[in-house]
Design a protein around this ligand. Sequence first.
Ligand SMILES: Cc1ncc(COP(=O)(O)O)c(C=O)c1O
Length: 387
Amino acid sequence: MSLDDDARVELAALEAAHRLRVPRVVEGVQGPTIVIDGQEVTCLASNDYLSLAGDRRLVAAAIASLETEGLGAGASRLITGTQRSHVALERRVADWMQCTGVRLFNTGFAANVGVLGTLAGAGDRVFSDELNHASIIDGCRLSKADVEVFPHGNLASLERALERGGGRRRIVVTESLFSMDGDVADLVALAALCRRFDAALIVDEAHAIGAHGPEGRGLCAAAGVVPEVIIGTFGKALGTFGAFAATTEAIAALLWNRARPFVFSTALPPSIPAATLAALEIVRGAEGDHRRRILAGHARLFRELVPVAGGAPDSAIAPLVVGDDLEVMRLSAHLLSEGLFVQGIRPPTVPAGTARLRVSLNAGHTVEQVRFAAERLHNAARQREIS
Ligand SMILES: Cc1ncc(COP(=O)(O)O)c(C=O)c1O
């Protein structure tokens, strides 16, 4: 059979398992209300938590950079791809995150693969939460370290694994706010375990950066925890694109030399870091605080109205676990017909048997939108006995 034949067989199998994914087309700008496949709907599916993705100030900053720095970066950061905006953003993020070294990455996926691939290697042991994002899993695999996956949030199990010892270096890696469950790692306890067993801590704050913590610095900052590396993304609450590793000067320099997705990839177009600088000004200041307060208020209101919704009380990610893959997609289609775009999430993004509606709240939603969504989802949950 040819590769094309194989692809068709695999696609048919995905379709039969109700796991085929098809794109939807958004017209115009991202925001709390979007036009999708020609229909105007309330968007409860994006990670645009602070509703900045369509903000004109970010667009203006990108345009100004396009005029002065052009479009493409021409090569990797190590060659011609380091322009003013890249350098300015790395400095500004270091100031914001209160650390001595910052390295930009083209995506959060590349950041996790690059950081883990650089800091862990053969002979090391990496301890990874079982619900960690695919990019952490791939980073662990590519690192060639010995990987121990511990049950989600189970610190007793992690402690036993650390007690067994071994490994030249030991690294614990976790998300802070879990992307599909909306729950939060016990960062203080994780940091204490790492100290006790002389392990390093890497925390992926992709969904918390901008949305939580003082100046939007994330949940580690909120908890007073300083891991060896924090991974943050700009494509979610900051409304732009790309990612960063916030760390020490030496680790940032090593990433420059060794992180393969950084070294061997064309740099971000400079207009992206330029727009991110504008986003960061908003996120750090009073407007950011205001947007975070609204977001937390929406999260609490939604959970009050839909008590079966999962996740931490203040978290913008509120999953409703349905279980069955087909059922979740039917529910998602039904909600769309009522003007609500809620993504149905199926394996392999989540474990088999835990397909879910992942409600994602944004600061730009109105209280009326949140109430309407909660009412429709509560009805759906009651009728279909979602637990
Ligand atoms: C926890 C986590 N880390 C990393 C990423 C990857 O970030 P990016 O979309 O910038 O590649 C995601 C995005 O989906 C994520 O949920």
